[in-house]
Design a protein around this ligand. Structure first.
Ligand code: ADP
Ligand code: ASP
Ligand code: MG
Length: 406
C-alpha cells in the first residue's frame, strides 16, 4: 500500500463545489488501493478576512489570540472536507493540530514544530479511515493553540508526511507546479518538471509563495518527496528533490520577488568599531530578522550611512528601535522606505557559470532600473529596487536569461 499525504490550498477548498472535487479526487486515489491523508488550508481568503477583523478591533492584537482566531479557518475546511468524503462513501475524520499531536514551541503566529506524534492519524489509517488534518496549526506543551506562519499548511503536510514515513507528499494548488517565476506576472513563465530542495528553498525564502520556505527546509531535512501540482488538472506537476549533476547545467532556474520589506537608513553615524553591533543587537533582541545590510562610508567626514531591510510587518517595531539608537549615536537622520522590492535570481548552476551577476545588473540598467542594494550567495543574487519596477524587472530578467526556453 502506498501512503500519500495530499495538501489542498485555499483556492482548492474555496467553495462547496471545490471541496466536493477534492473529495472525489481523494476517493479515486483511495479506491485505487492507496492510503490517503489529507491536509487542508482555510477556504481561500478566510485567513486574510480574519486578520482584517482582528485589526478592526485592535491595532496590535495579542499573538496568542491571533492564533486562536486564525486556526479556526482550517477547522471549517477540514470538517467540510470530511463530510464531503463521507458523502462519497469514504470513511473520513477531521483532526485539529492538537488531535494530530503537532507540538510546537511558543512563538505564536510563527511557531516551530518540535514533534509530531500522529497517534490518532495512525489509528485512523489502520481502521481504513481517511484523516483530514487542519493545516497551519499546532499546540504548545501547555495546550495553547499556535499557527505556523503564513502558508503554514505546506509545513503541516510535509511534517505529517515525515512522521508517517509517507511515500509522497503532494501539494495541490492553483497553478500547475513550480514555474521559472510567478506565472501571475510573467505569462511566458515555464513550469519546471524538477527543482532541487536548495533552489526551491531560496525561491520560497525570497518570495515565491507557491511553497512555504520552512516546509521546503523540513522536506530537505527529512528527505520527504514533494510534488507540487494543480488541483484543477491531472498534469504531473513539479518534483522537489535532491540536487543532481544535470541541474548545474543551467545557470538560472528561477526568479522570485518580494514586495513585503521595508528599508531603513540611519545617516551620519560615527565610523568606528561597535556602531553596527549596537544597532543590530537592539534589533535582534526585539526578535526582528534583518535581511540586507549596506554601509556607505564618506572618507573625509568619518561618518557612515547604514541601510538595512526588515519584513514590512516589523516596520513599526524597527522604527522605534532605530529612532532610539539614532538619538544615542547622535546620527544626522533616519529614513524609512516601504516602496522597495527585492528581485532575486536563483540557480545551483551559478556555482559553475560566471557572468550571471554582470548580466543581471546590465539588464536592469538597460531598463533604467536603479539598484539600491545587492546581496549574493552561492546560488542567488538579490537586488533591492523601487517597487514600482517589480513586474518590469522580473519580466526583463526572465527574458534576458531565456527562462521560457527548455
Ligand atoms: P495555496 O493557497 O494553494 O497554498 P498559494 O497562493 O500559497 O497557494 O501559492 C500559489 C501561488 O504562488 C500561485 O498562484 C502563484 O501566483 C504564486 N507563485 C509565485 N511564484 C511562483 C512560482 N515560481 N511558481 C508557481 N507559482 C508561484
Ligand atoms: N490559511 C493559512 C494562510 O493563509 C495557511 C495556508 O494557507 O497554508 O496563510
Ligand atoms: Mg500556500
Amino acid at each position: 500500500m502506498v501512503l500519500i499525504v495530499q495538501k489542498y490550498g485555499g483556492t482548492s477548498v474555496g467553495s462547496a463545489e471545490r471541496i466536493r472535487a477534492v473529495a472525489e479526487h481523494t476517493a479515486e486515489t483511495f479506491r485505487k488501493g492507496n492510503m490517503v491523508v489529507l491536509v487542508v488550508s482555510a477556504m481561500g481568503g478566510e485567513t486574510d478576512r480574519l486578520i482584517s477583523l482582528a485589526h478592526e478591533l485592535s491595532s496590535n492584537p495579542h499573538e496568542r489570540e491571533m492564533d486562536m482566531l486564525l486556526s479556526s479557518g482550517e477547522r471549517i475546511s477540514a470538517a467540510l472536507t470530511a463530510m464531503a468524503l463521507n458523502e462519497q462513501g469514504i470513511k473520513a475524520m477531521s483532526f485539529t493540530g492538537r488531535q494530530v499531536g503537532i507540538i510546537t514551541d511558543t512563538s505564536h503566529t510563527e511557531a516551530k514544530i518540535e514533534k509530531v506524534t500522529a497517534d490518532r492519524v495512525k489509528q485512523a489509517i489502520d481502521n481504513g479511515i481517511v484523516p483530514v488534518i487542519c493545516g497551519f496549526q499546532g499546540i504548545t506543551e501547555n495546550s495553547d493553540v499556535t499557527t505556523l506562519g503564513r502558508g503554514g499548511s505546506d509545513l503541516t503536510a510535509v511534517a505529517v508526511a515525515a512522521a508517517l514515513h509517507a511515500d509522497l507528499c503532494e501539494i495541490y494548488t492553483d497553478v500547475e507546479g513550480v514555474f521559472t517565476t510567478d506565472p501571475d506576472i510573467v505569462s511566458e513563465a515555464r513550469k519546471l518538471d524538477m527543482i532541487s530542495y536548495e533552489e526551491m528553498l531560496e525561491l520560497a525564502s525570497l518570495g515565491a509563495k507557491v511553497l512555504q520556505a520552512r516546509s521546503v527546509e523540513f522536506a530537505k531535512k527529512y528527505d520527504v518527496r514533494v510534488v507540487v501540482k494543480s488541483s484543477f488538472s491531472s498534469n504531473p506537476g513539479t518534483v522537489v528533490t535532491r540536487e543532481d549533476k544535470e541541474m548545474e547545467k543551467v545557470a538560472v532556474s528561477g526568479i522570485a520577488y518580494d514586495k513585503n520589506q521595508t528599508k531603513f537608513t540611519i545617516m551620519g553615524v560615527p565610523d568606528r568599531p561597535g556602531i553596527a553591533a549596537a544597532l543590530f543587537r537592539n534589533i535582534a533582541e526585539a526578535g526582528i530578522v534583518v535581511d540586507m545590510i549596506v554601509q556607505n562610508i564618506s572618507s573625509d567626514e568619518k561618518l557612515a550611512d547604514i541601510s538595512f531591510t526588515v519584513p514590512e510587518t516589523d516596520t513599526a517595531k524597527t522604527r522605534d528601535i532605530v529612532e532610539k539608537v539614532a538619538r544615542e549615536l547622535n546620527a544626522a537622520g533616519i529614513s524609512t522606505d516601504k516602496n522597495i522590492a527585492k528581485i532575486s535570481i536563483v540557480g545551483v548552476g551559478m556555482r559553475t557559470h560566471s557572468g550571471v551577476a554582470a548580466k543581471t545588473f546590465q539588464t536592469l540598467s538597460d531598463s533604467g532600473i536603479n539598484i539600491m542594494m545587492i546581496s549574493t550567495s552561492e546560488i542567488k543574487i538579490s537586488c533591492v529596487i523601487d517597487s514600482k519596477y517589480t513586474e518590469l524587472a522580473v519580466r526583463v530578467l526572465h527574458n534576458a536569461f531565456e527562462l521560457e526556453k527548455e
